[in-house]
Design a binder for this molecule. Structure first.
Ligand code: SF4
Ligand code: SF4
Length: 88
């Protein structure tokens, strides 16, 4: 299980979630349009979910039906080529 960043983050990327994540598992790189949660590093603490001003963060099981594609986007993101934080 992991948490997922979904569509409302696109174009916002304010980094509020980054500030509260205890394991620095929220990533981005220049040119990205949203941030991503590394499912291999997320410890499911849920700290990021309530601080997101756009309501973009969901438990994997609670991602809305019309945003299911964002689960794959978070899983498949190239974490090796990016850094923790709001770098976009
Ligand atoms: S659930 Fe916790 S560990 Fe996972 S991304 Fe959010 S703040 Fe980080
Ligand atoms: S707090 Fe929400 S809108 Fe801001 S960067 Fe994180 S997921 Fe995106």
């Amino acid at each position: 299980m992991t948490f997922i960043i979904s569509k409302p983050c696109v174009g916002v990327m304010d980094g509020a979630c980054v500030e509260v994540c205890p394991v620095d598992c929220i990533y981005s790189k220049p040119g990205d349009t949203q941030l991503f949660i590394n499912p291999d590093e997320c410890i499911d603490c849920a700290a990021c979910e309530p601080v997101c001003p756009e309501n973009a963060i969901f438990d994997e099981d609670d991602v809305p039906d019309d945003q299911q594609e964002f689960i794959k986007l978070n899983y498949d993101y190239d974490y090796d080529s990016s850094e923790p934080g709001a770098n976009a």
